[in-house]
Design a protein around this ligand. Structure first.
Ligand code: G3H
Ligand code: ZN
Length: 295
């Protein structure tokens, strides 16, 4: 297909180099600015993402226009992903609004239903690609991924049963034709103050062994995961790493503090500028891991 395949070549290059790419969520202009400024300083590609709720706040069209403006301004590989889309309808809207990647989350469905619904998404997207000559990366999800992108005080136990099974991962990719697969290997959404968020890298290696390069592997729930485990996942074959809660935490902490410390200040950009710096710090730390600097 004579399409815009930049996204695929970036993902392939990173996978071949045993490196990863961050998919950082945003729902405001200052968070997006922090992510973009940092990756440009780091000279590293990036995926920025909106969940359905985050996209509802901005609108899909506005999110796509914001990302496109940054991409043009710096001529930099910045890809926009719909994160945790739960219906074909929202996937269609995102693609038609200009998103480069879509994640269909059918992980709460039965194995069979998940395959069926994911395949419907893939079929529709492939038709769009053919007509528009534009590559869209489709991500499916398999395994029980718990939590939400928030701070959790309760304890969280993950059982062996929740983890993605290697043979099922292979069958899922074969039958749906997805480009990438989000797997459950001990990762959890959010930051759990009273639980360890350790990855089962042995399970990752088993999955990688069976699927090879048939699909890019994705790790959700990157926040709160020890650096050592993230670095291990980079080495063992995860290509896309999703981060949200740590950015939300940085945003809310600095914003609160700044509003408290400057009760007379009413100028939004003066109050929000320190947030850009806080976001950059989080992104910098993750990009270093993704580049393989901790291996
Ligand atoms: O889909 C988004 C990510 O999985 C975010 O997870 O909030 O734990 O970083 P996180
Ligand atoms: Zn996620």
């Amino acid at each position: 297909m004579n399409s815009n395949n930049l996204v695929l070549s970036v993902l392939n290059d990173l996978r071949n180099n045993y490196q990863g790419i961050g998919a950082f969520n945003f729902s405001t202009a200052e968070v997006l600015r922090g992510i973009v400024e940092e990756v440009i300083e780091e000279k590293y590609p990036v995926i920025v993402a909106t969940s359905e709720h985050e996209a509802n706040f901005l609108t899909l069209q506005v999110a796509a226009a914001m990302v496109d403006s940054w991409r043009k301004e710096f001529n930099w590989p910045i890809f926009l992903n719909l994160d945790h889309g739960h219906s074909l309808e929202i996937i269609k809207k995102a693609v038609l609004s200009g998103y480069d990647m879509v994640h269909f989350d059918g992980s709460t469905l039965s194995f069979g239903e998940n395959i069926q619904k994911t395949k419907e998404v893939v079929d529709w997207v492939r038709g769009f690609e053919e007509r528009e000559k534009k590559k869209i990366v489709v991500e499916g999800e398999l395994g029980y991924l718990r939590g939400s992108s928030n701070i959790h005080r309760e304890k969280m136990e993950i059982s062996e049963e929740d983890l993605t099974k290697p043979e099922e991962a292979k069958e899922f990719i074969d039958r749906t034709g997805i480009d990438s697969l989000a797997i459950a290997i001990g990762n959890i959404h959010g930051i759990f103050i009273h639980s360890q968020q350790r990855l089962h890298l042995d399970r990752l290696r088993e999955i990688k062994k069976i699927i090879g390069n048939q699909a890019f592997l994705v790790l959700h729930g990157g926040s709160g995961t020890p650096t050592e485990d993230l670095a291990g996942a980079v080495k063992d074959g995860i290509t896309k790493f999703n981060f949200n809660t740590e950015l939300r935490l940085a945003w809310s902490k600095i914003t609160r503090q700044n509003f408290r410390d400057n009760p007379q200040e009413i100028v939004p950009y003066r109050l929000l500028l320190p947030v850009v710096e806080a976001i950059k710090k989080v992104v910098q730390e993750k990009v270093k891991i993704l580049k393989g600097e901790y291996l």
